[in-house]
Design a protein around this ligand. Structure first.
Ligand code: DX5
Ligand code: ZN
Length: 223
């Protein structure tokens, strides 16, 4: 007898970019209680992306508000001078963009050397092949499904095939495949079917105050 296929297990990582910045601590505690698996923190430098958000001091201030992993997405270039500060602030996963410095392999070694999980993010136009020679140095691949910089943008449909391509490259390695941008109950099913197993969601979680219902809606739309 073969077991019936169950729902695809996915992790939900609410992006606090869409939370009330005047009450970030409460927002982190609230999505933790509502069932978030990771807390996704978007760091923007005003150079690599056309927006500014938060620095390591804010990550440190948020750390006591949740014991869940802090999934810190650094949209910065150059990123190397700041990796240690984000590690010391309490990040668990540190994700850098493939273009964030001249030596991606060295940056990833640095992150792991600090005892953190290392991720690589791919912009929509960045090919999956950028990962080919660093796969054994990473714990997470982040496929951007919008151009980074802002919450509330529309999912780019061409990214579904790219997610499948990244999943094939990862194969059976212990590397998570995260997607970020425009993820809603309408788009989550397709990205999970393509192989994504960590869903970042900003607007879809924080858009209304019913965080638990919003997170459940994302999980239920998958599988
Ligand atoms: C975009 C950020 C995302 C963003 C997602 O640059 O990396 O994490 O907050 O927001 P939504 O889910 O609203 O597209
Ligand atoms: Zn992000």
């Amino acid at each position: 007898m073969t077991a019936a296929p169950g729902p695809v297990p996915v992790k939900i990582a609410p992006s606090i970019l869409s939370a009330d910045f005047a009450r970030l601590g409460e927002a982190v505690a609230a999505v933790d209680a509502a069932g978030a698996d990771y807390i996704h923190i978007d760091v923007m430098d005003g150079h690599f992306v056309p927006n500014l958000t938060i620095g390591p001091g804010v990550v440190k201030a948020l750390r006591p508000w949740s014991a869940k992993p802090f999934d810190v997405h650094l949209m910065m270039a150059p990123v190397d001078p700041y990796v240690q500060a984000f590690a010391e602030a309490g990040s668990d996963i540190i994700t850098v963009h493939a273009e964030a410095g001249p030596h991606l392999d060295r940056t990833l070694q640095h992150i792991r050397g600090l005892g953190k999980r290392a991720g690589v993010a791919l912009n929509p136009a960045t090919p999956v092949s950028a990962l080919a020679h660093v796969l054994d140095r990473i714990d997470l691949v982040l496929v951007m499904t919008v151009n980074p910089g802002f919450g509330g943008q529309s999912f780019i449909p061409a990214m579904t095939a790219k997610i499948a391509e990244a999943a094939a490259l990862i194969g059976d390695r212990p590397v998570e495949l995260e997607v970020d941008g425009g993820i809603t109950p309408e788009t989550a099913g397709a990205v999970a079917a393509a192989g994504a197993n960590v869903l970042v969601a900003g607007s879809a979680v924080f858009g209304t105050e019913y965080y638990e219902r919003n997170i459940r809606a994302l999980r239920n739309s998958v599988g």
